[in-house]
Every structure is written in C-alpha cells, then in structure tokens.
Design a protein around this ligand. Structure first.
Ligand code: ZN
Length: 203
C-alpha cells in the first residue's frame, strides 16, 4: 500500500508556515515503512531537533481506480480516520530552501500514525467533521473539514490523475494550524468529534 499526503490544504496552516497558497494541491508520499506500529511509542529521530505533529483526517481507499471523476469519488472510499503526519521541520525547511524533495523530513520510520477508522456512512456530512489533537490533555490543533481548500472528493480526483489508487491506500488530507514541536514524554491523543482515534506516547 502507499500513503499519499496533501500539503497546504488549510489556509490557517499555510499562513503559520509562511507558505505560498498553492494553485493545485501539494502532493507527497510516505512509504509503508513510515507507519508507526500499533501500540508503539514515537521515537524522536536523532537527525532532527524539531519534529512537529500534524494531525490530519485520513481516507482509506476501498476500490481500485484511476482518473476518478469527482462525482464518483465517494465510491472509492468507505472509511475515514485520523492520523499524524510527523514532520522533521528543521530538515524540511532546509530541503525546501534548496528546492529538494521532502522525503527525509516526512517519510522516515514512524512518521505516519494511522489511528482508528470509522465507516463513512456514520457521518452526516464529510464536509463538517470536527477533529482535534491534544498534547498532554491540552488542545493544540482543532479544526473542521469544511476549512479544507480541496475537499476529499476533489483530492481523489486530483491524485488519481497521477497515481492508480489501490485498495488499502491511505490519503492524508492536510493539517490545520497549530503544528508544534513534540518532546519526550508528551502524549498525543487525536479525536474525531468525541471519539478517541489514537493515543501516542513520545520518546
Ligand atoms: Zn501534513
């Protein structure tokens, strides 16, 4: 399986990183080796002093497809989840400045947290999902999917122009504002509405 990630999908996060508002979605990938094993802590890698949490709504692909039209996109996923796109911000900033790919900063082992998934039909409206991240019990990121620049179906249409989507692939739909450094002993808990989707200890 592959993990397709969207960058800069919430304007408030674009502003906090001083990034340009893109004309089309920013896309990058994480390999399956980046998935943090269930019940394992996230170990801060020694090549970064500034690993940030980015909480993101996830979409799990349930049907093989390519060149998917937006109006049929809903047929290609049936579960919504929550995860973290861990980012070595210091390394990413350095790579960005040199115009180099982001993989070392985004795709290292453990950099993809996949929390629980909820059947899509349990949501009344996928464009109105509240989600948040708490660090040691304090809310650090909070948003609603209505704030996405490109909604889920538009993202599926877009990424499937480039990549065949396969069953089990995951799309990270971008992070809202509030990204910040994690430190040892932090506990990150993610929620969709009031359902806990993951709890991760930082080491
Ligand atoms: Zn992200």
């Amino acid at each position: 399986m592959k993990i397709i990630c969207i960058g800069r999908n919430y304007t408030d996060h674009i502003a906090e990183l001083d990034s340009a508002r893109p004309e089309s979605p920013v896309v990058f990938m994480k390999p399956d080796s980046a998935i943090l094993l269930k019940k394992h802590p996230f170990v801060i890698p020694d090549f970064s002093n500034d690993v940030h949490h980015e909480v993101e709504v996830l979409v799990k692909i349930s049907k093989l497809g390519k060149h998917i039209d937006k109006k049929f996109a809903h047929k290609y996923y049936d579960e919504i989840g929550l995860g973290i796109d861990f980012t070595a911000r210091d390394l990413q900033t350095e790579l960005k400045a040199k115009g180099l790919p982001w993989e070392k900063a985004k795709s290292f082992d453990g950099a993809a947290v996949l929390g629980n998934f909820i059947p899509k039909n349990e949501f009344i409206d996928l464009k109105n999902i509240n989600f948040r991240l708490e660090n040691n019990g304090e809310v650090v990121q909070q948003a609603n999917t209505e704030l996405m620049l490109w909604d889920i179906d538009t993202l599926i249409e877009y990424v499937s122009k480039y990549f065949t989507l396969k069953i089990g692939d995951i799309i990270f739909t971008g992070t809202p504002k509030g990204v910040a450094r994690v430190k040892a002993d932090d506990v990150l808990q993610g929620y969709i509405e009031d359902k806990e989707m993951f709890s991760i200890k930082i080491k």
